[in-house]
Write a protein that binds this ligand. Structure first.
Ligand code: ADP
Ligand code: MG
Length: 484
């Protein structure tokens, strides 16, 4: 199901590899104790190390190392107990050191793999090439002074994990599925908050095209894209641009391009820099990073259940459909909510309520799950009322909507509005007799063979009882009476 671009000379296949920068969830930076909180006033979270004052020495943050190992384990990757920090040298106004401390030949995490979930319910394995730790740069601000560029160093030195995929991705949809799944795993692990709008996750998108069966073509890299939509748009634009060039007999220059989301196009920033342009060398201020098996084992023993395992368990142990299980595990927050509702209750019914009514009402009101006025506990209690026959499923939907709008408890709404289901056969029988007496013509038609009028009578009885009659009881009494 790869993306195909049709050209005059035939079909072109699109090949994609992603390099995702994920900010490590950690209170301190990679080599300094400065805070990392988002949204702080400019240049208030900058130590002498982050500002690259002469003579300052970096000190590795053990928490960041743990987070990288945890992420590596979540990506089923090789953990390298020996890795090296290198200086990647380049000049930029927001990089006071004149180099970025990164990892090059010996990263902390090696090859791994991840399953992505596709729209048709299938999965595809994408290879992970490596994960390394590196520092973020500061930020140049071009729009606050008429003639000068300002620099904010709050982000300077913040720990990033660069997670590199193999060129296994074949379409914009697969690229989006990759980023979504990666974000989900990082959130389950608690190693990155995954907030793309805040820049906690950004992707460099590498795209090339080739005739099916040919070796890979020359790629272009689009830097720093921070939304799923823009990643997909950039791929479509870039693939078409490359096909046009190749079809016209041209060649692709390997280059770094910028995706302009306003114009919806990519344009050249610079020709591709090679590793040797950066003059990588091991940072003499830092020893190689070494840890033992016990360090890794301890982290492994604390890993949470990850989305693929959770999904399998929901299907096998709770009897959910693959689709429902997939929807429920995609976001950790949703999975937690569902598990709290389903605890000690009918799992399928709980899943239906979360996916149907809860999501429906969140959608209706434009709220996120964390803003839901109905807690998992409150929804669970509503489900209990259905299960014990206090209210019908239909009434429960009304009650839920009211819970959602007022924040009241299910039992209170049922009590106040007198919504208790009527299972008392005497009351129901009386209502049935009234309905039959009021519709002699319909009764005649029914008895003349028009079976589907049963539904009409059913509806009339429900109406007469304000929807509160227990449908099972109505059915049992109504039919024999109609049949005479
Ligand atoms: P570099 O070190 O120059 O950045 P890498 O080999 O590390 O290059 O690859 C960077 C990214 O580019 C990886 O995600 C990889 O999957 C992707 N990539 C490599 N070759 C291609 C290609 N021909 N087409 C698309 N993506 C590619
Ligand atoms: Mg790279």
């Amino acid at each position: 199901m790869g993306m195909i671009v049709q050209g005059a000379t035939g079909d072109w296949e699109v090949v994609i590899g992603l390099e995702v920068h994920a900010q490590v969830s950690s209170k301190a930076k990679l080599f300094s104790g400065s805070a990392t909180e988002y949204g702080a006033e400019q240049n208030t979270q900058v130590s002498f190390v982050d500002a690259a004052m002469p003579g300052m020495l970096p000190v590795i943050n053990e928490m960041a190392v743990e987070q990288a190992v945890r992420t590596g384990l979540g990506l089923k990757a090789q953990i390298n107990k020996f890795s090296v920090f290198d200086r990647k040298n380049y000049f930029y106004a927001d990089l006071p050191q004149g180099y970025q401390i990164s990892q090059y030949l010996q990263p902390i995490v090696g090859e791994g793999k991840m399953l992505i979930d596709l729209k048709d319910g299938s999965t595809k394995e994408i290879g992970i090439t490596r994960l390394h730790l590196e520092q973020d740069a500061g930020k140049s601000i071009h729009d606050q002074h008429p003639t000068n560029t300002l620099v904010d160093l709050n982000r300077s030195g913040v720990a990033l994990m660069e997670i590199v995929s193999e060129p296994d991705i074949r379409s914009p949809e697969e690229a989006a599925a990759y980023v979504k799944k990666l974000r989900s795993i990082l959130r389950y692990l608690g190693t990155c908050d995954g907030n793309m709008e805040e820049g906690s996750m950004r992707a460099d998108v590498n795209v090339s095209v080739r005739k099916p069966g040919d070796p890979f073509g020359t790629r272009c890299e689009m830097k720093n894209i921070n939304s799923l939509r823009f990643i997909q748009q950039a791929i479509v634009y870039e693939a078409n641009r490359q096909v046009d060039i190749l079809e016209a007999g041209g060649t692709i220059d390997q280059e770094t391009r910028l995706y302009d989301s306003v114009k919806g196009e990519t344009r050249s920033m610079r020709s591709k820099e090679e590793a040797h342009d950066y003059r990588y060398f091991p940072d003499p201020d830092l020893l190689p990073l070494e840890f033992d098996d016990a360090f890794v084992e301890k982290i492994k023993s604390q890993l949470p259940e990850l989305p693929d395992d959770k999904k399998a368990r929901f299907i096998e142990e709770l009897g959910l459909t693959a689709y429902d299980a997939g929807v429920l595990v995609a976001e950790k927050e949703v999975a937690d909510y569902f598990e709290a509702v389903a605890e000690g209750r009918d799992a399928k019914l709980s899943a239906n309520w979360v996916i149907g009514e809860l999501f429906g009402n969140l959608n209706r009101t434009g709220k996120s799950l964390s803003e839901s006025p109905v807690s998992a506990d409150a929804l669970g209690k509503l489900i209990d009322l259905i299960k014990d026959g206090t209210i019908s499923n239909r009434i429960a939907k009304e009650v839920f909507e009211e819970m959602f709008d007022s924040g009241k408890a299910a039992a209170d709404i049922v009590e106040e509005k007198g919504l208790k289901q009527v299972s008392d056969t005497g009351a129901i029988e009386a209502a049935i007799d009234e309905v039959i007496a009021a519709n002699p013509d319909k009764l005649e038609e029914y008895r003349g063979g028009k079976d589907k009028l049963l539904g009409f009578f059913m509806g009339q009885v429900m109406k007469a009882t304000g929807g509160k009659a227990n449908p099972g009881v109505v059915n049992k009494i109504l039919k024999p009476k109609l049949d005479g």
